[in-house]
Ligand binder design. Structure first.
Ligand code: ADP
Ligand code: MG
Length: 337
């Protein structure tokens, strides 16, 4: 059997069971955005890692090394945000082909340093090896959180309201601008910026982590359509998404019209939005929304509900069932984008 037949999540589900048994007390392993290690005194250590591979996650010729250095850290910060935590330190493993220019590497580290300094994340170490082909970037980030503020993917309950903390599809729009080599107007630049320089929703994660009414939370890395399934799996539930409620910026809407893009495909399956997807106890929704609005001067977008129908994702448009093609990005499934 080939990996392409079971896909990334088929693989994780296949190898992970023996590693989930016998973990020390207070340790939560595979299955969430970050691992959790209880440090005592109500505090937890969070650990997460993510890899960027040239040609899969970025094209060297079309990506500035400075942006890439920043993005390598940002995608990991996003997983700490998803747990309601604060990042503290990082380790970086690099695989570099021999012909990589030293100036390219300098710029990569300058971008990484800018974001690390901004978020007060210390680069503590790492590893550097020669790669026979693509550039490989593996970043590991450590963080901390109060145990009582940590939000797990497994905590969603039927009846919860599903929400996202930001607009969807902009990074996917930026990717289309880049791959299609479109001329750059203000809108195209805006979308490209979102693709190359994603912002981890750390402040949002911390605020939502402190809200008792927030149950499950994760970050949107593969696309809502794929990521919601991780919450459904971990929480043994289903979900219903109201397509017309998905937050889409005016810039992306007009770019979709101008370039003939399928907006729903970008919004549902585009990925790399790096906002947070969360489920909220309906009785706490008003207070959670109010806290979010007061802090960030924008709305927490309600996009659907958690249902009892285990494993079933229902998409509705204006109250009626809707059909949408394609699934979110899976690294190995033969049918993936
Ligand atoms: P994320 O996108 O937040 O990084 P994923 O949904 O991709 O997380 O991964 C699901 C879970 O599987 C995570 O807990 C992750 O740590 C774990 N995982 C993924 N790949 C591996 C691997 N090669 N070895 C061990 N755990 C893995
Ligand atoms: Mg994640």
């Amino acid at each position: 059997m080939k990996l392409s037949e079971i896909g990334e999540f088929g693989l994780i589900n296949r190898f992970s069971p023996p590693f989930l048994h016998g973990l020390p007390a207070g340790v939560v392993g595979i299955g969430d955005d970050a691992a959790i290690i209880d440090r005592g005194g109500g505090e937890a250590l969070l650990v997460t890692t993510d890899t960027l591979v040239e040609e899969i996650h970025f094209l060297r010729a079309k990506t500035s090394p400075r942006d890439l250095g920043e993005k390598s850290l940002a995608v990991n910060l996003s997983d700490i945000a998803a747990m309601g935590g604060t990042p503290t330190s990082a380790l970086l493993a690099l695989g570099l082909p021999r012909d990589t220019s030293v100036e390219w590497i300098d710029e990569f580290f300058a971008g990484l340093h800018d974001l690390a300094a901004l978020e007060r994340v210390a680069l503590l170490g790492g590893d550097t090896t020669r790669s026979p082909g693509p550039i490989l970037i593996t970043m590991t980030v450590l963080g901390r959180a109060s145990l009582s503020h940590i939000k797990r993917r497994s905590a969603a309950q039927a009846g919860d309201i599903l929400c996202v903390t930001g607009d969807l599809g902009e990074s996917a729009g930026g990717l289309r601008v880049m791959l299609d080599g479109l001329p750059l107007g203000d809108d195209e630049r805006y979308l490209l910026e979102h693709h190359h320089r994603p912002r981890a929703h750390l402040a949002e994660g911390r605020l939502l982590g402190a809200q008792g009414g927030v149950r499950a939370m994760m970050d949107v890395s593969d696309g809502i359509d794929s990521d919601i399934r991780r919450i459904m799996e971990q929480s043994s539930c289903g979900a219903r998404i109201e397509l017309e409620q998905l937050p889409v910026s005016a810039v992306l809407r007009s770019a979709c019209v101008r370039h003939g893009w399928d907006m729903m495909e970008l919004v549902l399956t585009g990925g790399e939005d790096y906002c947070l997807l969360l489920s909220v106890d309906p009785s706490a929704m008003a207070s959670v929304s109010r806290a979010f609005r007061q802090e960030f001067a924008r709305e927490l977008a309600a996009i659907g509900t958690i249902t009892r129908a285990r494993g079933r994702l229902e998409l509705f448009r204006d109250g009626r069932p809707a059909l949408v093609g394609k699934h979110g990005f899976d690294h190995f499934l033969g049918t993936s984008a």
